[in-house]
Design a protein around this ligand. Structure first.
Ligand SMILES: C=CC1=C(C)c2cc3[nH]c(cc4nc(cc5[nH]c(cc1n2)c(C)c5CCC(=O)O)C(CCC(=O)O)=C4C)c(C)c3C=C
Ligand SMILES: [Fe+2]
Ligand SMILES: [Fe+2]
Length: 349
């Protein structure tokens, strides 16, 4: 506990109270602790048992998940994670990048506010868990916490479940801090500009531009859209604003969805099919793919896009495939996140 003191009125057994602080807690999806079968199974079981992610009745879903899916998927996903694993830190890139983003934000807030502000990160699934980080922040005197799920577009399966975990963690606290939650930021001009600049960095001259820029978003069952989830519309809007910012013609920037899971229909077009169609049916030879729904590179971008989807395009006759990295810890991204945080801290610091 940081700088805890016992109040002057206190009896001898009164607990010491830490100095009051403002907490900033950024959250991302999650990560297995290792690529072995047991770590992968634990992670996937926690993830796929979340009813915000798979909303099938658990009486039907759990036997399928525990008996069928988790007998094979941990090996398959473990192999995919191994191909992108950060061996030096023994962790997934998502955790490495989320930590780097947090450290960059911490440096900026601490430079101005010292230890009156505490900046931390947590994961919805796996470690560091939301519950453990909230506990530590409260112990350190965070009487106010701003919770920031790092998803530009809202989805029940991401933003809402991260918020649920945060509020659940707060529900365990005797002295619950005051809480605020940050909105999705899919149409913020500074987010769009940061995305546009990432495309410009990859293609600095008109000649180096691709014939088509594919904006590939993580998918979702189509039924979730029909039942009221706004993710689909927010993705379309991000793509439209990015196209406007780049000033490219309409047909040159397309919106697709990746990472289909299970038998149900997901949001379409599927990236893996669309890139093959572009090569085969449209004769497109040069494409670039960016992933605006991911604030950090992860298995879905480094392995699925840059390996599987690349292969699909090349196999169908495509010649040049450029993957444009996520905004990660680029200073322009950190500037944008810092601005979002400052706006949401209004009146707190
Ligand atoms: C089964 C249903 C899934 C839904 C619905 C879903 C939505 C969703 N996910 C992200 C972001 C990420 N997903 C990631 C990994 C991942 N996603 C699913 C399944 C669903 N996601 C699985 C099973 C996995 C694990 C990998 C695998 O086995 O294929 C990740 C990467 C995590 C990492 O450590 O790298 C992210 C990020 C969004 C944005 C979203 C809905 C909008
Ligand atoms: Fe996912
Ligand atoms: Fe829509």
């Amino acid at each position: 506990m940081l700088d805890a003191t016992r109040p002057t009125h206190a009896p001898a057994d009164h607990p010491a109270l830490p100095k009051s602080r403002v907490g900033i807690l950024v959250a991302n999806l999650g990560t297995p602790d290792g690529t072995d079968y047991r770590s992968m199974r634990r992670y996937l079981s926690e993830f796929l048992s979340d009813r915000r992610v798979v909303d099938t009745n658990p009486l039907i879903w759990q036997p399928i998940l525990q008996g069928i899916i988790l007998s094979k998927r941990p090996q398959k996903s473990g192999a995919a994670y191994r191909s992108i694993w950060n061996e030096e830190l023994n962790e997934s890139p998502l955790r490495t990048i989320t930590r780097a983003q947090t450290e960059a934000l911490r440096a900026r807030f601490e430079a101005e506010h010292g230890d009156a502000v505490q900046v931390e990160f947590c994961m919805r699934y796996g470690n560091p868990s939301t519950k453990s980080v909230v506990r530590r922040m409260v112990e350190n005197g965070c009487r106010k916490i701003l919770f920031f799920p790092l998803y530009p577009q809202y989805a029940g399966a991401t933003s809402a479940t991260a918020n649920d975990a945060f509020f659940k963690a707060l529900s365990k606290e005797k002295w619950q801090p005051t809480a605020r939650v940050v909105d999705p930021y899919f149409d913020r001009p500074d987010y769009i500009e940061a995305l546009a600049n990432s495309v410009r960095r990859a293609h600095p001259t008109p000649e180096s531009r691709p014939e088509v820029l594919v904006c590939s978003y993580h998918g979702l069952p189509k039924r979730y859209l029909l039942e009221g989830d706004p993710y689909h519309c927010q993705c379309q809007k991000t793509t439209r604003l990015l196209r406007d910012a780049l000033g490219w013609e309409e047909t040159r920037v397309v919106n697709t969805f990746q990472s289909v899971f299970g038998r149900e229909e997901w949001l379409k077009p599927y990236t893996v099919e669309e890139v093959a169609r572009l090569a085969k049916e449209e004769g497109t030879r040069r494409i670039s793919v960016c992933a605006p729904a991911f604030s950090a590179d992860c298995i879905e971008t480094l392995e699925e896009i840059n390996e599987e989807i690349r292969e699909s395009f090349e196999h169908a006759g495509g010649e040049s495939f450029t993957y444009i990295p996520c905004l990660n810890e680029h200073p322009e991204h950190i500037d944008m996140l810092e601005r979002v945080i400052r706006e949401n801290l209004s009146g707190w610091i």
